[in-house]
Design a protein around this ligand. Structure first.
Ligand code: 5AD
Length: 482
């Protein structure tokens, strides 16, 4: 049996695409292995959002190509966004590639590999690199066929609802790598979620480049509700699914209907990834982001009014062309004022072919570094104090499995998507259990199971634990039962 190792760079969409390729390959009789040294085929599923991500994958592919040239029997493929972005130019740098597969052709990987192995056995001519980078009508609907639930129970699963992006942010390569927006029908997504629920999934994260644009221009609005909110309602109806998340939305998608969904749909978790990019209106305009800093703050306040204690994460780009100290100060101030729980802070990276690449006043690297550092420090400070503030609280934790470290330690997530680690047992996996938080780091909460009988006899019980958003009163660290 041929053994395949898949390495994934970049976003959750890429993770989902790699899962899909793995599922298809398993169905075709390939084995997916966890160790690249054991593999006959290595596939790199790549990212093109920043130069650094591309260089990492190119470096890795170059290294593997040497292993191939040194006589190792190995097939080497590059898939996904960098393949789409750089196309066959990549072959100048990486002439040893056997496969180059674009973002709309993941489902073709098994056929392409079969062909390569057939020609290796002398059943056909040995091709040069097999290249498949075309646009494919309906490729967003093939994701369903990629599913592989029978092989592994996934407590929290990703569900791709759409592909592509019609926005035109001046810094971003994604519209080129992922193409125009194409959405899957609501019924098909709901069917997939039902199957997931039947196989033990309790939480779904709906994925798309701009999920709030889901179905725009294809599915009509209903009772003032956008297609995306209609989808959230439909997914909410699925029995067995207890928690719903999504990523990534666009701020301009947070109209009254989506804000109200947080009031009306208890399964919708109180965690929003809301990409801000900048706090300077001048820079937001240059980025072609159609909102102001004031509007962004308003969205955060609207959501907090519906769900006090809502968790927020964001994406920020520092050092966008023309960003002055005054612009950055506005970003810093808004970032601090909102108090994000998580953030991805990126140094602006020139992407050839985008409008920002041509802009004057590119910002020096050391200025980007310093601004990056400033925001990271604010983030760490805020995350730690927010996490410490949970100490003593009892949180409903969806248990996903063993923690990476510590014998007998299990991990799950609280409604705010924070990782919670606690001593547990295997039968808790897939359950939502009450965990009292006893300690916290910047990124993780530590806790212990609350055993209701013990709580009652101690007279400290009575916290309302639900599957969703209810959290108890917060006590200072150290007052929880230890
Ligand atoms: N440079 C730096 N960061 C970028 N992003 C997108 N394009 C670039 C770029 N050229 C960031 C944005 C986006 C996230 C996925 O990646 O913040 O939200």
């Amino acid at each position: 049996m041929n053994r395949v190792y898949i390495k994934t760079y970049g976003c959750q969409m890429n993770v989902r695409d790699s899962e899909a390729v793995a599922a298809l390959l398993r169905n075709r009789g390939y084995a997916i292995v966890a160790d690249e040294d054991e593999a006959d085929v290595i596939l790199l599923n790549t990212c093109a959002v920043r130069d650094q991500a591309e260089q990492k994958a190119i470096g890795k592919a170059g290294h593997l190509a040497r292993r191939k040239r040194d006589g190792g029997r190995l097939m080497l493929g590059v898939m996904g966004c960098m393949a789409q972005n750089r196309g066959t130019d990549l072959l100048d740098r990486l002439p040893d590639l056997d496969l180059l597969v674009g973002t709309q052709k993941f489902h073709r990987v098994p056929d392409l590999l079969d062909n390569l192995f057939a020609s290796e056995k002398g059943l056909g001519p040995r091709p040069a690199t097999l290249v498949d980078l075309d646009v494919e009508e309906g490729s967003q609907n093939r994701i369903r066929e990629h599913s592989d639930y029978k092989n592994a129970r996934q407590i929290a699963a990703f569900v791709s609802i759409m592909q592509g992006c019609n926005m035109n942010c001046s810094f971003c390569i994604v519209p080129k790598t992922r193409g125009r927006e194409r959405c899957r029908p609501i019924e098909e997504i709901v069917d997939e979620v039902r199957e997931l629920a039947a196989s033990g999934t309790r939480e779904v994260t709906l994925l798309g480049q701009i999920v709030t644009s889901y179905g725009r221009g294809v599915i009509p609005g209903r009772n003032g509700k956008s297609p995306f909110v209609q989808l959230l309602e439909a997914v909410s109806e699925v029995d067995g699914i207890e928690r719903i998340r999504f990523t990534s939305p666009h701020p301009r998608g947070f109209k009254a209907d989506l804000v109200a969904a947080y009031r009306e749909l208890p399964k919708l978790m109180p965690y929003v990834h809301l990409p801000m990019q900048s706090g300077s209106n001048r820079i937001l305009r240059a980025m072609n982001r159609p909102y102001s800093a004031e509007r962004f703050l308003q969205i955060v306040e609207d959501l907090r009014a519906v769900v006090p204690g809502m968790y927020f994460s964001t994406d920020i780009i520092v050092g966008f062309p023309g960003e002055t100290e005054a612009d950055f100060e506005q970003t810093r101030a808004l970032f601090e004022a909102i108090g994000f729980d998580m953030a991805f802070i990126f140094k602006y990276s020139v992407r050839s072919g985008t409008r920002a690449a041509e802009m004057a006043d590119q910002v020096p690297q050391e200025v980007k570094e310093a601004r990056n550092q400033t925001l990271l420090e604010i983030l760490q400070r805020h995350s730690l104090s927010r996490n410490r503030g949970r100490c003593g609280a009892v949180e409903p934790v969806l248990v996903e499995g063993l923690a990476r470290k510590g014998e007998g330690m299990y991990m799950g997530r609280n409604p705010g998507n924070r990782k919670v680690v606690f001593p547990g047992t295997a039968r808790l996996v897939g359950e939502i259990v009450p965990v009292r938080i006893t300690d916290a780091t910047v990124s993780t909460l530590l806790g212990e199971l609350v055993l209701s009988g013990v709580e009652d006899s101690a007279g400290t019980g009575g916290e309302a634990i639900s599957t969703g958003r209810a959290t108890s009163a917060v006590l200072p660290c150290g007052t929880g039962s230890r």
